[in-house]
Structure formats: C-alpha cells, structure tokens
Design a protein around this ligand. Structure first.
Ligand code: DAH
Length: 346
C-alpha cells in the first residue's frame, strides 16, 4: 500500500511538472485528489489494515496528498504568471505612437452667417428674439397689415396646417409678437434669426425652407436714414468695404415706404451670372418704415413712435460671402461641401 502511494505520488508529481496549461493542472488535481481518484481509493482499502498500521498509513496518505497539492499550487502560480506575461506581451501598447486623427466637425456656413450678424447687431445694442415656426395666420399676416384675402398674401405661398395655422412664411411675425410684449412702450431693438417656409420650387436660388434674420427698431423719431445707415454698417461688415449696396423702392404691406436692398454680386463682380440672374446685383433684404397700422395693431401710438424693420435672406448672404452658386448645397449637406468651410474657422 505504501508502495502504491509512493508510485502515485511520483506519477502525479511528474505530471504536474510536465503540465503546461492551467486546465491540464486542474485535470491532474481532479484525477489524483478528487473523490474518485486513486488516493481516495487507497483510503478506502485502509479498513483491511491492522489497528497499528492504520494511523501510520493515514498520516502517509495525508503527507502524499499535501505534497501533491502543494506542488500543484506552486505550478499554478508559475503558469498564471506566465499567462499574464504572455498576455501583456501581446497587448503591449506603444504610448509613443502618434494618435489617429479624429474628424472634427465645424459650424454650418448658415450658422456662421447668423452668428456673425448676431454679433454685429448685439454690438449695436440689439437683443435676439425668437418666435415659433408653426405660426398663426394672425401673426404671420393679419398683424402685419395683411388681412385675409389681401392680394399681397400671394407673394408668400404658404404651407397651411389648419385654416388658422401655417409654417411661418417669414420671420416678420416675431415683430408683431415682440411689439405686443412691449405693451406700447419703446424703445424696441431686436433681431430674430430663424427658419421660414414657402411653397416654392427648389432651384439654384429658391428653397422651400430657408432662413431669415428679422430686424426691428421702434423709438421716437426713427426715420429712413436710420435704416439706411444701419444696413450700410451691416453690408460693409459682412461683405467688406469694396461691396456696394443699392436701395430700390419696393412694396411690403407692413412697411411704408418700403425698400429692397441689393448688394453687388461677388461671384461675377457685377458682370452678370446665374446667381444674380445676369443683373450684377443680388437682393439680400427687404425693409422699410413700419406701417402705422402695424404699430397701432400691436398697441403702439403711431403719433409718438416710428420704427424701421428689415428681413435678411441668410442663404443669399452666405452665397455671396462664400461664393456658393446653388442654394441647394446648404441643404444637401455633402461633407465635401461642408468641410470647405473649415478654413474659415477663426
Ligand atoms: N418679410 C419679408 C419677406 O419675407 C421681408 C421683409 C421686408 C421684412 C420688409 C421686413 C420688412 O421686416 O420691413 O419677404
């Protein structure tokens, strides 16, 4: 029996020494020390021994088991360490390698224009106002001196949601909303950038959804020269000193008199191209002196107060400023187009 134990010990230790994987080691543990293993078998045979021999043999069995267990333990540590080293070797990270470049986004050209215009007007004491894109017929038209069935409504073909609500066709309703909030008390000095919607067919210069920046100033003694001076500052700031502007008489129901302001075409230098439709000029905004009806409807005394208003077409500005020949580029969002504006980052 003693011999058998020694044999088993030698055999087990040999296998432990040869084991090269943790799993193998575990198999050896189960095979030799497990309940169904040969050592347990030896223990079972102890009943046949004499009372003197039994404790000796019991002690020997324990020694053998401990020896095997401790060798397995030792080997396990060695194998675990080797495994960690192997893993570290494979997963080695060279922290000195240069990083992979991450594609960086940048502001959309229309956002840039809006922010530049906002900065300019904020610098002149204006605040930025907002209004809803889903607007009521009242604010979009009636409060702006465009009663129902007024023929000038045709100038702005709309997307109606119900009889009384529509996607706003311009940012001008924010004028009426802001005046209402001021409850007849001047001064008012706001700009309002935002999206507007028209039932237009999309082409190089038209889009069914585009952006405007509305401006409104109300105070005592405001005149056309205030409007002209303000827009001159705007044009020179946004387009540079070399750009020219011209004022043409026009008609808007909410202003009287009304003007349209054109800026000389930067793309063709005034010679005529597809963007300026051969005229050398691009209309960038409409404006005028706020109609007394509009002031009165919003609760302002038109004898005491007067004002000017204007609406800027953001896409036109961006097209001129960046030399873009088709308004649709702003909305198709081709990254090859958009990343060209990275270099304008300041
Ligand atoms: N709302 C006009 C449009 O979309 C633009 C405009 C013209 C706005 C004259 C104004 C204005 O505030 O005074 O065509």
């Amino acid at each position: 029996m003693q011999e058998r134990l020694q044999e088993l010990q030698a055999e087990a230790l040999q296998k432990v020494a040869e084991a090269s994987e943790l799993k193998e080691l575990n198999d050896i543990r189960v095979a030799y020390l497990g309940k169904k293993g040969p050592i347990t078998e030896v223990l079972r045979g102890m009943g046949k021994l004499s009372a003197e021999e039994r404790p000796k043999m019991g002690a020997l069995v324990n020694v053998v088991r401990e020896e095997i267990a401790s060798k397995i333990e030792e080997k396990q540590q060695v194998l675990e360490e080797t495994a960690v080293h192997a893993k570290l070797a494979v997963e080695k990270i060279d922290v000195t390698l240069p990083g992979r470049p991450v594609n960086k986004g940048n502001h959309h050209p229309l956002t840039r224009v809006i922010e530049e215009v906002e900065d300019l007007f904020i610098g002149m004491g204006y605040t930025v106002a907002e209004g809803p894109e889903v607007e009521t017929d009242f604010y979009n038209f009636e409060a702006l001196n465009l009663p129902k069935s007024h023929p000038a409504r045709d100038m702005q073909d709309s997307f109606y949601i119900t009889e009384e609500t529509l996607m706003r066709t311009h940012t001008s309703p924010v004028q009426a909303r802001t005046m209402e909030k001021h409850k007849g008390q001047g001064p008012v000095k706001i700009i309002c950038p935002g999206k507007v919607y028209r039932r237009d067919n999309d082409d190089a210069t038209h889009s069914h959804q585009f952006m405007q920046i509305e401006g409104l100033v109300i105070d005592e003694n405001i005149s056309m020269s205030d409007l002209k001076g303000t827009l001159e500052v705007f044009a020179k700031q946004v387009f540079g000193k070399e750009r020219e502007i011209r004022l043409r008489p026009s008609f808007f129901p909410f202003t009287e008199p009304s003007v349209e302001i054109d800026i000389s075409c930067k793309i063709c230098g005034g010679k005529g191209c597809s963007v300026c439709k051969g005229t050398g000029w691009i209309e960038v905004l409409g404006g005028g002196i706020v109609h007394p009806n509009v002031l009165e409807m919003a609760g302002f005394d038109s004898k005491k107060y007067s004002g000017f208003a204007f609406g800027i077409g953001v896409e036109r500005i961006a097209m001129l400023k960046y030399g873009v020949d088709d308004i649709r580029h702003f909305y198709t969002n081709d990254v090859r187009f958009l990343t060209q504006f990275n270099r304008h980052e300041s």
